[in-house]
Design a protein around this ligand. Structure first.
Ligand code: NAD
Length: 520
């Protein structure tokens, strides 16, 4: 069943527009609209953060952006004050109230006691889509890829970024990669909606589903399903390794790219870097209710306080914020003035070249140059024109993942993981075969995923971390009970084995919900 084609960015309708609409609805007799400033939470951050935020806000003010700034403190000082997440409770209140966050980079202290503030904010506020436009400004900013103009849409909440890690044996640690169908649906639909709204032609998906058939396989499957709802958008799919290679070599073949969290993290930095400077890249983190806008780069401590940092990444993020707030006029004016400055060769040191630049400027002078050019348009670079909303907004309900009937789930076996360091795979197989496993049969043992019993290869290197798979031998009725697993664990423990975890094996609607062993 198709969903209406509409743009989700604008579904996050501005509080200001809402206020205007509500007043109009309330008092239909009134012929004039009442405007109000939109409250926006602002964080100046660490390192170069305060300088680039000052420059950005000065330009926003000069362009007449109607925002009410609510400043919060996050980052280094807050970490040092004892908040291990880097954000105090009152800052959360501001974010939940304004629902829009313009954030300068912060410094994450080294050491295991501190949590990444960015990951905490994204996940806590449900900012599931990380949007990074990566375009070049050739010939004014040096790049090897003059035709590159793409947008990376990275899933922001799932994957290995759940941060669920365990040391399980002396030798082996693990990190859980969690991918959910609703998570895939939200980000993939967002990517297609973004393409429609921004007049983009193609959406590419990048996954590694030749190896991770269930996790990345689900992402790819959902992509194929949702693509059918958007017949006007071309699609293609890439295995992440060759896709990354093509991105670094021939980025002009890509338009909108959508991918799981970890790949998106890595590829979006590569993409930003090859446009010419990480100092240029903006990003938006979009959720159902709240959105955060920031530069892609960090706090650059070595150049902090010297008035040399490039404020462009944060400024262009602020432009994305104004578009999100449905305030297209200042967004257009700022973006065009910025393009004009870039094409006039007025550059900060990170972008400056003898050949391509005319004047090297500091952060403040760069901002002044933009302010002077507000109202002008670039001559060589293509000018931008942001528009007011021109069609009905989708509701949050429409953007929500589809509800499907739950699959029939049957327990058919168990993977019992052991910490064992007392011999060869064959010796382990022989010992385990003597354990009374009730209605379950030991069918294979793998080590780091590779089949080592029965009939393993002597060349395979084995650690102390073993997966022992038990299934029912009855193929007509393979369903087992949880008690069968508990019984197995009890018997294995009585035989002296150290089981470190189990994974239940389920069939969903009769199809195995687990992967085979490599070599099985
Ligand atoms: P970084 O992005 O701060 O710096 C990388 C390089 O790019 C440095 O050479 C730096 O001088 C240069 N650079 C970055 N932004 C620039 C700008 N606007 N103008 C000119 N040059 C610029 O990355 P890093 O050094 O790995 O990290 C520094 C700190 O920032 C760390 O504490 C890290 O955790 C933090 N960080 C924060 C965020 C964020 O808040 N969103 C993102 C990334 C890193």
């Amino acid at each position: 069943m198709g969903k209406p084609v509409a743009q989700y960015l604008h579904a996050q309708m501005s509080i200001r527009s809402n206020i205007v609409l509500r007043i109009l609805r309330h008092n239909k007799q009134e012929s004039h609209t009442v405007s109000a400033k939109t409250p926006v939470t602002i964080a100046y951050g660490d390192g170069i953060g305060p300088e680039i935020m000052e420059a950005t806000l000065k330009i926003l003010d000069a362009a007449g952006a109607a925002i009410d700034k609510e400043v919060i403190e996050i980052g280094r000082k807050v970490y040092e004050a004892g908040h291990s997440a880097g954000i105090p409770p009152e800052a959360w209140e501001s974010l939940r109230r304004t629902k829009v966050f313009l954030k300068a980079p912060i410094t994450t202290p080294q050491g295991s006691g501190y949590k990444s503030l960015n990951v905490t904010i994204r996940k806590t506020l449900g900012l599931y889509a990380n949007v990074r436009p990566c375009r070049v400004y050739s010939p004014f900013v040096r790049t090897l890829h003059p035709d590159m103009d793409l947008v990376i849409i990275r899933e922001n909440e799932e994957d290995t970024y759940a941060g669920i890690e365990h040391r399980q044996t002396d030798q082996v640690v693990q990190c859980l990669k969690l991918i959910s169908r609703p998570g895939c649906e939200k980000i993939v639909r967002y990517a297609f909606e973004y393409a429609v709204k921004h007049g983009r032609k193609k959406v590419s998906v990048l996954v590694k589903d030749n190896i991770m058939k269930l996790t990345d396989g689900l992402f790819h499957q959902v992509f194929k399903e949702i693509a059918e709802e958007y017949p006007g958008i071309q699609t293609d799919s890439w295995i992440i390794d060759i896709g990354a290679a093509r991105l670094a070599d021939t980025p002009e073949i890509f338009d909108v790219m959508v991918m799981p969290n970890l790949y998106g993290d890595i590829l979006s930095d590569i993409a930003a870097q090859i446009t010419g400077s990480v100092g240029l890249g903006p990003s938006a983190n979009i959720g159902e209710n709240i959105a955060m806008f920031e530069a892609i780069h960090g706090s650059a401590p070595p150049i902090a306080g010297q008035d040399i940092a490039n404020p462009s990444g944060l400024l262009l993020a602020a432009v994305m914020m104004l578009v999100h707030l449905d305030d297209p006029e200042p967004a257009t004016a700022i973006h065009n003035a910025w393009l004009k400055v870039i094409e006039e060769g007025i550059h900060t040191v990170d972008v400056y070249t003898e050949k391509g630049s005319r004047k090297k400027v500091g952060t403040k002078e760069f901002a002044e140059a933009i302010i002077k050019r507000l109202g002008t348009t670039p001559e060589t670079l293509a000018p931008v024109k942001y528009e007011k909303l021109d069609r009905d907004l989708p509701t949050h309900e429409e953007m929500r993942p589809t509800t499907r009937p739950r699959a029939k789930k049957d327990l058919v076996g168990v993977d019992m993981f052991l910490d064992w360091n007392a011999g060869t795979p064959d010796e382990l197989g022989t010992k385990l075969s003597k354990v009374d496993s009730g209605p379950l049969n030991l069918v294979m043992i793998t080590n780091r995923g590779v089949l080592v019993w029965p009939k393993g290869m002597p060349e395979t290197f084995c650690t102390d971390h073993w997966r022992c798979r038990y299934l029912s031998p009855d193929t007509n009725n393979p369903i087992i009970k949880h008690e069968d697993i508990i019984n197995l664990l009890g018997k294995a423990r009585a035989a002296g084995f150290d089981f470190i975890k189990t994974e239940n094996l389920y069939n969903f609607d009769g199809h195995p919900g687990y992967s085979l062993g490599q070599g099985q």
